[in-house]
Design a protein around this ligand. Structure first.
Ligand SMILES: [Zn+2]
Length: 267
């Protein structure tokens, strides 16, 4: 096991490519081993195929995308819309965390337009929290380890929470140099092109990803393409100022000072 690992935990196949893959690629360049897990298998994301067929198609697509990213692929754990905050998923996810021993966990925003995304974030947080608790049994059983982990929450579609409030990045990662690879990985999810046209009016999901990266880049006022992150509170995970993305990425990482100041003011 390398000393540095990062895992992206998304809800559905293609979420990692939309919100997290640029940062994964940047971390890989600095020597991190990167891991790819979507909790659900994408079995509801089509009006063309039945669930079993789609599960298989999307598994193949996700594996291809992970390969393009150079990430280690972890099989999905459940079906779409079945990502509930339950013990079975928690035990399974905690086992993966104990195997990978990530220094960095990238996952969804705690406020997001989709429950699957929000429950994924909650599960990821607790699975990381339980990394050193021997009395919490994982499935399959995995030994605990004591180490620091830092969790970062991704941006959301449209940069709005479910109550329509804007979500502002706490920090930016410059993804300009890996943007093409990120889109190539997203394009591996071929079945989603038509589905997102039908279900959400995204006339091209590649264009949507392009727009999001550009929009976050503009917010940074520094990078052309960027991914935005909000760092989880340290309690139970790492030191109060531990920020391994900053350590790893240096000039390709920018803390949003306006956001930092807003944290003390509250709403
Ligand atoms: Zn999703």
């Amino acid at each position: 096991m390398p000393s540095k690992a990062a895992i992206a935990i998304g809800a559905h196949p293609d979420d990692i490519e939309f919100y997290m893959a640029g940062t994964l690629l940047m971390l890989k360049q600095t020597g991190y081993e990167i891991h790819y897990l979507t909790v659900a298998n994408g079995n509801c994301g089509s009006v063309q195929y039945n669930a079993a067929m789609l599960r298989s198609i999307r598994n193949t697509e996700a594996r291809a995308a992970a390969k393009i990213l150079g990430a280690r692929f972890h099989p999905s754990l459940t079906n779409d819309l079945e990502i509930l905050y339950n013990l079975e998923l928690l035990r399974a996810l905690a086992a993966i965390i104990r195997e990978v021993k990530p220094r960095i966990v990238l996952t969804h925003s705690p406020q997001d337009y989709m429950e699957d995304h929000m429950n994924t974030a909650r599960l990821a947080v607790t699975a990381a929290f339980a990394r050193g608790m021997p009395n919490f049994k994982t499935a399959p059983p995995r030994p605990t380890a004591d180490y620091e982990v830092t969790i970062y929450h991704a941006m959301v579609n449209g940069l709005r929470d479910p109550l329509r409030r804007r979500i502002i990045p706490g920090a930016f990662v410059n993804t300009t140099s890996v943007h093409k690879t990120q889109l190539k990985a997203l394009a591996a999810h071929k079945s989603q092109q038509n589905w997102l046209d039908v279900s959400q009016g995204l006339n091209s999901f590649l264009l949507a990803a392009e727009d999001l990266s550009l929009a976050v880049g503009r917010l940074s006022r520094k990078f052309k393409y960027a991914e935005g992150w909000r760092r989880h509170l340290h309690s139970g995970f790492c030191g109060p100022d531990t920020d391994p993305l900053a350590e790893a990425l240096g000039r390709n990482y920018l803390v949003n000072q306006a956001y930092e100041r807003s944290l003390d003011r509250g709403f």
